[in-house]
Design a protein around this ligand. Sequence first.
Ligand SMILES: *Cc1c(COP(=O)(O)O)cnc(C)c1O
Length: 357
Amino acid sequence: MAHKHNFGAGPCILPQEVFQEASQAVLDFNGLSILEVSHRSPEFVSVMNEAIALVKEALKVPEGYSVVFLQGGASLAFLISAMNMSGANKKAGYINTGVWATKAIKEAKNANLEVVEVASSSDHSFNYIPKDYTIPVDLDFVHFTSNNTIYGTQFKSFPQTDKPLVCDMSSDIFSRTINVADFDLIYAGAQKNLGPAGATLVIVKDAIFGKSTYGTIPTYLNLETHAKKESMFNTPPVFSVYVSMLNLRYLVKNGGVEAMEKRNQAKADLLYNEIDANPLFRGTTAKEDRSNMNATFVLTDESHTEGFNKAWTAAGIVGLKGHRDVGGYRASMYNALEIESVQVLVDVMKKFAAENA
Ligand SMILES: *Cc1c(COP(=O)(O)O)cnc(C)c1O
């Protein structure tokens, strides 16, 4: 089949080289398929260790942090992060920037925390990032979602606070440089920018271990369990970790997060410039908060919907439909999406405008 341009929001596109290596390992990883190999085999233990080391290298994770791979996705990490970060006040601040933040708030309550919504952009359908707010002094931590996959908004600078910061980075981790030392806990489902679905990445400050006020945290949900066992407490998601490791190798070999950030900026600029210049389209979020990962836009005249859908489909583009809660279009431009694919979309938009002027 002809190669498609995958603008889907997740699971994500990965480099072709990674797909090829992964497919090879399905047939022969160490004489066995990666799908049948024991997670206790030395070959897989070294994959896990390399994956953890590559995360540390790519994000310059400082001493005093553990990197763990779990299952359950970001959705379980909503609960895990709240349980493990529960502090003296059993009270946490959440910045509500949409569906995922709202789900995180729900799970914090399930972890018996009192939740203060320190800021929210619900007044404008979550189309911007709240900026002016004060953070109460009696919070155990502040939680935010660095990139709002559904709406296409992204924190360009992170909340300023002396409280521990907890962040759902599912859809923009490894897309830009971050200072891990600013955070106590970062989590991300693998399938948005790291690898295949099945693994959840958590980066956690070791100093939090043993300090939770939640009570007895169930064994699997206690991050210390996994940190102590180097993510081998139980059977890890072997294939997802393996392919994530391949993708991290590729990332580091190709200039790392710094190079990726430049590439992602160039892709985003190319598309947003077209959205702004083309009278048939309009961006849906505040310009200063536009996500470099997920660009959301609508047609200025909905009667063009059928024609535009035909045009991009014919160009081999897939995954451009907006989230069912929001409608319109969403172009997800994760790390592995080539700028050539963005150019194909921009050309379709230009041609469509010329034909429908
Ligand atoms: C996709 C997504 C989630 C949910 O991830 P799962 O791994 O499917 O639970 C949470 N937060 C953000 C920002 C996401 O993009």
